[in-house]
Each structure stands twice: as C-alpha cells, then as structure tokens.
Design a protein around this ligand. Structure first.
Ligand code: PLP
Length: 399
C-alpha cells in the first residue's frame, strides 16, 4: 500500500512558495538575490492595527474563538460589505477563515464532488487548480487572451459550462495579470450565468483596494443581484492592509453555504487566531484613507518597471490595471544561448537564468500560461530598479 494518498499526489507545492524558499536558501548561501516571487506588500502593518494587537493581548483575548469568527469581526465585515460593495449580508451570512485561502479551500472541500467542474479563467492564481484537484474535482482552465486583457469573455464562459459545472472562480484585480473587470464586463459574464442556475461563483476580491489608473472595483453579486443567492464574496486583510502574516480572510454568502464552510473549518483549524481577529476588526473599522496612497505607490512602481522592462529586448509586459504583479512575456528569450553555452529552451530555463543573474521570479506555467513569468512589484522602487538593471544585464549577455 502506498503511503501518500492519490489526493496528495495530484497536487504540487505552490510554485511561488517554492521559489521563495529557494531564494531563502540562496541568500543563506551568501548570494545576493532580489526576491520578486512572493505576493506580499512591503508596507508596514498600520500602527493602529499593531496597537489593537497589543490591546487584545492585554485584554487576554487568548482563548479559543468562535469557529465562524468573533461577533465584532463579523459585524465589521458586514459593514465593510455594505459600505464598500453595496452588499447586504446578515451576520449569519459571514464567516472568518485563516486567510482567504482557507475559505476558498473550505468552499471547494464542502461542495465539490468527484468529477464536478470548476471553471478557472487562466492565467489564474496558482492555488485554485490544486484546490479543485484536492477535492477530486475537475479544474477547467479557460485561457484568456492577452488581446482580451487576459479577461474571461462571455462566449468563452458559455462554451466552458457543462451540466457538471459547479463553480466559476473570478478574481479581480487578478493575480497574476492585474486584470480588473469593469461592471459591464461582469454584467456580460452574469448574463451567461443567469442561464445556468447550477453554476455558483466564488468572487475572490482580495486585491479590491489595489486598483490602478482610477479603475473602479466591482464585484459580481453587486453588479447582478440575481446572482447574490449563488455567490460567495471572499476578501481578507492580507493585501490591502499589509497583514499577510495575520492569516485572516472573511466571506459573505448564502447562509446554507456559510454553515457548510463553518462545519468544514470546525473539523480542521477551528476558529482563526484570536489576536488576528482583533487586528482585523481594527483594520476594517479604522482609517481607510491610506489605502489610496498605497495604490498610488504601486501605480508609480508599475509605471517605472514597465518603462525599464520596455528597454529589455525579448521581454514584454502587459500593463496591469490592478494588484501588484507584472505578467511578463518572455518568448523572445527562448532559443537564445547563455554565456555558458546553454540554450534557454523553456520559460523555466529563462527563470533559472534570471535567478543566476540575481532576480527571482515565478514561471508562467504555474499560473496556467506560457511563456511568461510573474514578477511582484510589491517592493521599494530602488530594489525594483536594481532588479530591472540585473535582468537587462542578464539578457544583454545572451547570444
Ligand atoms: C488571488 C489570491 N487569492 C487569495 C490569496 C490568499 O490570500 P490570504 O490567504 O492571505 O488571504 C492570494 C495570495 O497570494 C491571492 O493572490
């Protein structure tokens, strides 16, 4: 009997986590590597959130919290959905998880049976595919063309739906492409979904506050209220508030689904770290003005990196409308020869070669589209400029 389950064997270690681990190893070995693999803002967790952490500890908020979240956080999430998204949820329609990642995972585990299909527009965030696979589901990746802004079109959605389709996962702003769906684009997708009542929507809104160029954020249950009864709207504090380590996400959706998610969570991690919950109460109810400044800072970095990459022949980056990544086409480097005489035959070779030159990025295949790589721009301008300089030097050394 083999030890690891077929479930375990079906999935892979998250590529961005693996790349980040490799960066740590190389640095420990004394190499100077700029890590642009992981998606986490370089900003500080806001001081008022840190104070809320200290206050929660002082109050001894250190016991097992309720599985679905402390009432104060559920109330804060309810108000947030109302205030920012025009979505009215009762508190029993809201739950808190260990990162939005756990909520996505619980959702798939609670609802996907063997052979059920999950539509995932590609390029996609790495984990959606593996989550569907863990649950014995069938991920259906739908390629979204660069000329469509890497966005799912109503036609492509319609062709992907079958009687076995259970979920569509939408992620706007998108990791890795930065695509932001407008209201009209969401409405177009909603029209298709209205004709297929068996299909539910997971709306992963984790990059909500990171829209650039004045692009307006919208979420599908808000744009099409007739989908409210089959949409799970997922968000969290990681990206907006620079709180990735707190591991805190929350979601609003139909009560029976939320009850199912809470049941799944009750038999795995149970309630989320109590201190993180109090930190999130402060993040959601405290000052919000700084979010705009942070988005503006990402926009300035994006513009500068696009300018610098534009000077590197063989690389071309799509202009992201949100989030903090560039998805860079590297097909122009494939077939070129390194100074050591090796041919760059695949995007993986390109990424390894750039790593040798001191910059860590993640292969596009991990996001469902090649030949590309994803680079995070969630680091300071000087480091980004140095990373671009290194990439340019690496590329210039190719024959
Ligand atoms: C698209 C997307 N969804 C969800 C997550 C998970 O975020 P968290 O679990 O920190 O809330 C990430 C993190 O990288 C992401 O990029």
């Amino acid at each position: 009997m083999k030890f690891f389950s077929s479930r375990h064997d079906r999935i892979t270690l998250s590529a961005s986590n693996a790349a980040t681990a490799r960066v740590r190893e190389l640095r420990a070995a004394g190499r100077d590597i700029i890590g642009l693999a992981i998606g986490q803002p370089d900003f500080e967790t806001p001081p008022h959130v840190k104070q809320a952490v200290a206050a929660a500890l002082a109050r001894n908020e250190t016991r097992y919290p309720p599985i679905d979240g402390v009432p104060e956080l559920k109330a804060a999430a309810r108000l947030k959905f109302q205030r920012e998204n025009g979505l009215a949820y009762r508190t029993d329609q809201i739950m808190v998880g260990t990162g939005s990642k756990q909520i996505l995972y619980n959702t798939v585990m609670a609802t996907v049976d063997a052979g059920d299909e999950v539509i995932i527009p590609a390029p996609y965030w790495i984990s959606y595919l593996d989550m569907a696979l863990v649950a014995d589901g069938r991920p259906v990746a739908v390629a979204c063309r660069p000329e469509d802004g890497f966005k799912l079109t109503p036609q492509a959605l319609d062709s992907a739906i079958t009687p076995r389709t259970k979920w569509l996962i939408l992620n706007s702003p998108c990791n890795p492409t930065g695509a932001v769906y407008s209201r009209a684009e969401l409405k177009g997708l909603a029209e298709v979904l209205l004709a297929h009542p068996q299909v539910w929507v997971m709306s992963d809104d984790i990059y909500e506050h990171l829209t650039l160029d004045g692009n307006e954020f919208a979420t599908i249950a808000q744009v099409e209220p007739r989908l409210y009864e089959r949409t799970l709207t997922i968000n969290g504090v990681s990206k907006a508030y620079a709180m990735t380590g707190f591991r805190l996400g929350y979601a609003g959706g139909p009560q029976p689904l939320i009850r199912g998610l809470v049941k799944m969570q009750s038999q795995s991690t149970a309630g989320v770290c109590s201190i993180s919950q109090w930190a999130a109460v402060e993040a959601l109810t405290g000052p919000q003005e700084f979010l705009k400044d942070r988005a503006a800072s990402f926009q300035a970095r994006r513009d500068r990196v696009l300018e610098l990459l534009g000077e590197v022949p063989g690389l071309s980056a799509h202009k992201p409308e949100g989030a903090f990544y560039l998805f860079v086409h590297c097909g122009g480097l494939i077939g070129r020869r390194t100074p050591q005489g090796a041919v760059l035959a695949t995007e993986e070779d390109v990424v390894m070669y750039l790593l040798e030159g001191g910059v860590a990025v993640v292969v596009g295949a991990a996001y469902g589209m090649s030949p590309y790589f994803r680079m995070s721009i969630a680091t300071d301008m000087a480091t980004l400029e140095e990373a671009c300089r290194r990439m340019r030097a690496s590329v210039a050394a190719l024959q």
